[in-house]
Design a protein around this ligand. Structure first.
Ligand SMILES: [Zn+2]
Ligand SMILES: [Zn+2]
Ligand SMILES: [Zn+2]
Length: 332
C-alpha cells in the first residue's frame, strides 16, 4: 500500500512510499529524501520564485528536463515535481499531506493503513475497535477536529444483531425491499422478513408466519401459586388456557395445592410470548436471587424454569401491571 500523493502531482511523485516510513517519521524528525537521478541544467530564477511563493526551495533538477526537486519549508522533506506544476499551479507537499492524514487518524484512535487505489480521496483505516474501514480523508479530518469518532459499520451491525437476537430474530443481511433503515431478519420459526432495524432492536415486530397460526389467537400471561411441600413458589408463563395448563400440564401431584393468582389478557400468543420473555429477562437480570433453580423443584413441576420464590410476587405483579398498561383490556 502507498500513501495518497499530493493532488497537484498525482502522476509526479516518486511512487509509493510505504506507510511504515511515515510512521517512523511521525512525529517528524527525519525529513524524507528523494533519490531521483540528477539532471544537468540550470535552475531558473522564475522557477525558484514560484516555488518559494508556495513554501518550497528548488534544490536540484532531476530525472529529465521537465522535473525539479522541491524541499518543503514545513516538513523539510523532498519530493520531485514537474516544473509546469511549480509554475502554473499551487504545488503541495505530499509528505505534509500524509503526515496530516496520519495525525488525523491518530486523533480519532484509528490507524491509516494506506490509500484507496480506486479513489484518491479515500484511505483504508484500522479503527479503534479493530475493524477495517474505508473512509474519505476529509471526513477523518473533520472527525479529528470535531472531536467525534469515525463510527464503525461492522460494530453497528453487531449491535443490531445482538439486540434482535434477544427477541428471537437473526439479522441476515440487507433488506429485500432495499428501504433505508431496514434489514432482512429470520425469526426463530424460520420465517424471513424485512423489518425496520429500530423495531427489531426493541422486539417491536410480529412474525408474519407465527402471527397467522395458533399464536394469532388471544392468550393470557399468568401467575400461578404452587404450594410445594418445602416451599410455596410462583410460576410465570403464558397460555391460551391457563387453568388447563395449571391443572393438567404441569404434572403436579394430587397433594399439591395450586391456583391461578392473576391473568393478563394478550391480543395474540405472539405478544404474550414476547412480553413473558421480557419479564423473565428482567427478573434474571435484576433479581436472579428470585429464581428457583430446576434442581430445587426437580420433577415436582413439569417445566424447565420460570419458577420464582414467593417473595417475587410484588415484583411480578408490577411487571404484569406494565404489560397490562401496554396492552390495555378492550372494553366491549
Ligand atoms: Zn512538507
Ligand atoms: Zn468496529
Ligand atoms: Zn415466527
Amino acid at each position: 500500500m502507498s500513501l495518497q500523493p499530493a493532488k497537484t502531482c498525482a502522476s509526479e511523485t516518486h511512487g509509493s512510499i510505504p506507510i511504515a516510513d511515515y510512521k517512523a517519521l511521525f512525529p517528524a524528525s527525519e525529513p524524507i529524501r528523494d533519490f531521483s537521478p540528477p539532471f544537468e541544467g540550470n535552475i531558473r530564477e522564475k522557477w525558484s520564485e514560484a516555488a518559494n511563493d508556495n513554501g518550497f526551495t528548488i534544490t536540484a533538477r532531476v530525472k529529465d528536463r521537465l522535473h525539479v526537486l522541491l524541499k518543503c519549508h514545513t516538513c523539510g522533506s523532498e519530493h520531485r515535481k514537474r516544473i509546469s506544476v511549480v509554475l502554473g499551479h499551487t504545488p503541495e507537499c505530499p509528505h505534509c499531506i500524509s503526515i496530516q492524514r496520519i495525525s488525523d487518524a491518530r486523533a480519532v484512535g484509528a490507524r491509516l493503513l494506506g490509500r484507496d487505489l480506486r479513489n484518491r480521496h479515500y484511505g483504508h483505516y484500522r479503527l479503534e475497535c479493530g475493524h477495517q474501514a474505508r473512509r474519505q480523508f476529509h471526513r477523518v479530518n473533520k472527525a479529528a477536529h470535531g472531536g467525534h469518532d469515525l463510527g464503525c459499520e461492522a460494530c453497528r451491525e453487531q449491535r443490531y444483531t445482538a439486540q434482535a437476537r434477544k427477541w428471537g430474530w437473526e439479522l441476515i443481511g440487507p433488506a429485500n425491499n432495499m428501504k433505508a433503515g431496514y434489514r432482512l431478519y429470520r425469526h426463530a420459526c424460520g420465517q424471513l422478513q424485512d423489518i425496520a432495524v429500530v423495531n427489531a432492536m426493541w422486539g417491536d415486530c410480529a412474525c408474519k408466519q407465527c402471527s397467522h397460526g395458533r399464536t394469532a389467537k388471544p392468550s393470557w400471561i399468568y401467575i400461578f401459586r404452587i404450594d410445594l411441600p418445602e416451599e410455596t413458589v410462583l410460576k410465570l408463563g403464558y397460555s391460551v388456557r391457563p387453568e388447563k395448563r395449571l391443572k393438567h400440564q404441569l404434572g403436579l401431584s394430587k397433594a399439591t395445592t395450586a391456583e391461578v393468582i392473576r391473568v393478563v389478557k394478550m391480543p395474540t400468543g405472539f405478544d404474550a410470548r414476547l412480553e413473558e420473555e421480557r419479564a423473565h429477562r428482567t427478573i434474571a437480570e435484576h433479581h436472579p436471587d428470585l429464581i428457583v433453580p430446576k434442581a430445587e423443584f426437580g420433577e415436582a413441576i413439569n417445566t424447565q424454569g420460570e419458577i420464582y420464590r414467593k417473595r417475587a410476587e410484588p415484583l411480578i405483579h408490577s411487571l404484569l401491571d406494565a404489560i397490562e398498561h401496554r396492552f390495555p383490556p378492550k372494553t366491549p
